[in-house]
Design a binder for this molecule. Structure first.
Ligand SMILES: O=C(O)CCC(=O)C(=O)O
Length: 269
């Protein structure tokens, strides 16, 4: 199974971002990836005031472009995330998932909203304009089940655990850590979720733009079920492509049976 993460820049022009994503998919088609993932808010500069302005209903032009790309390149597309508005006017940070025919087979609304205020560091308050989702998202493929969560969701160990217990083999994470939490926690968090669930994790971030209102850490990453970093980009625009060996996941789970050794009667999820 081959996965690809597109660490692309995000500019103000939504359609330009959609074209950039398409250009990258065209470029990597010779690699024949099975799964392609885009960054969090890949078509909308990551600032709370932008979310309601850029938001579209499910099935809108950005959704349609992603569905078309998935069908054209015959890939599972985890379409990063984009602001979604519902009938009631609520805005969500939403990741749509498409199959190889361009059919939507999953949809994750970011569940844990990113409201932080680090002294002399990053401030952000997604809840100013966003509403949170209310469930974990797992979708089925010919390789088995896969999970999707968005950025801050990764900090909540129970969330990845529910996906692993539900049978997910890999968790895809459109994300955008920043210059405060990125160096401190990005790699550590991916390795931790990978290790404690014995699962592959793939994070896809926007390329860093030092002029942006919110500066992305970049460093798209893939970690294995042993907790090891398989590959990690730097901050610049680029593509991460990696072969994933799911048998290795089975072997690790068999040899070090952490998931089986849980005392589930003692914990409540
Ligand atoms: O958890 C973090 O440090 C970053 C989270 C974030 O940037 C996000 O949820 O968009």
């Amino acid at each position: 199974m081959k996965v690809a993460a597109i660490q692309m820049p995000t500019v103000k022009d939504k359609m330009q971002n959609i074209r950039t994503a398409g250009t990258y998919m065209e470029k990597i088609k010779v690699e024949q990836p099975d799964f392609v993932i885009l960054p969090e808010m890949f078509c909308c500069p990551y600032q709370t005031e932008n979310f309601p302005i850029y938001a579209e209903k499910e099935g809108g032009p950005s959704w349609q472009a992603m569905s078309d790309y998935a069908g054209k390149y015959h890939i599972y597309l985890i379409a990063g995330s984009m602001p979604e508005v519902d009938e009631a006017g609520n805005v969500y940070n939403t990741s749509y998932i498409f199959d190889r025919d361009g059919k939507q087979i999953g949809k994750h609304r970011k569940t844990h909203l990113f409201d932080i205020n680090v002294k002399n560091g990053q401030y952000f308050k997604e809840s100013d304009t966003l509403t949170s989702g209310d469930h974990a998202t797992v979708f089925a493929t010919e390789f088995g089940k896969m999970g999707v969560m968005i950025c801050y969701d990764i900090r909540f160990p129970e969330f990845a655990r529910t996906m692993a217990l539900d049978g997910a083999r890999m968790i895809f994470v459109p994300a955008a850590f920043n210059m405060t939490t990125g160096p401190a926690h990005w790699e550590l968090t991916f390795r931790a979720r990978a290790l404690d669930n014995q699962i592959y994790m793939l994070g896809c971030a926007p390329a860093r733009d030092t002029q942006a209102g919110y500066i992305s850490w970049g460093h798209s990453i893939v970690t294995d079920p042993w907790g090891k970093v398989m590959k990690q980009l730097d901050e610049k625009e680029g593509i991460l492509i990696e072969e994933i060996d799911l048998d290795r996941e089975d072997q690790i789970r068999e040899q070090l049976p952490l998931l089986k050794h849980r005392k589930s009667e003692m914990y409540h999820l």
